[in-house]
Design a protein. Structure first.
Length: 185
């Protein structure tokens, strides 16, 4: 149903965004080709994703814990392989990658506390109560980071929901990491 735009066929407002995506990723991901349909949504996605990746006080692995927890919980057939590819390219720990892909506990307790916090936010639409926030803070995170997690989740809402609507085809470099939610296997 959705069009996979190229830079020469995209709406004018999306052309610069597509060039920026090409520069950032060295390719034009299918998600971005679809987002080009709605320049405001494409820009919102790029801005929130980029802000979270570049300006968050969370480590790169912690950022991926946020992203991959959302990808898993939102059953994103596209983003789990995409972030697996990103994590493997960055040589992040394989055990963390596999735990996030399979929905199993993460061995590192601080990363698990982050995962639990993100999952609670998603499951309870933000209404997690003081005890879950306190557990997150006691694991060594800050109130700033609790709010930064929301920026990562905002980016994931756009990408995960777009991929669900559009049934986005997984890009060639990510196909080796194709994924089906464990509950659907």
């Amino acid at each position: 149903m959705f069009t996979y735009y190229e830079p020469d066929t995209a709406p004018d407002e999306s052309k610069k965004l597509m060039q920026d995506s090409l520069a950032s990723f060295g390719m034009l991901p299918n998600l971005h080709k679809i987002l080009a349909e709605a320049p405001i949504t494409y820009k919102a996605y790029n801005d929130t994703f980029s802000s979270f990746m570049k300006s968050s006080s969370l480590t790169p692995v912690e950022q991926q814990v946020v992203f991959m927890t959302a990808n898993f919980e939102n059953n994103c057939h596209y983003c789990v392989p995409g972030h697996t590819w990103m994590m493997k390219s960055a040589k992040m720990p394989n055990d963390v990658i596999e735990s996030l892909r399979e929905g199993t506990p993460i061995a590192d307790s601080k990363s698990q506390a982050l995962h639990d916090f993100v999952k609670a936010l998603l499951d309870q639409r933000g209404h997690i109560g003081d005890e879950k926030l306190k557990a997150f803070l006691e694991a060594g995170y800050t109130k700033r980071q609790a709010l930064e997690v929301l920026t990562g989740l905002a980016a994931k809402l756009i990408s995960n929901f777009t991929n669900a609507l559009a049934h986005t085809e997984v890009d060639a470099p990510m196909k080796p990491f194709s994924w089906t939610h464990p509950s659907l296997r």
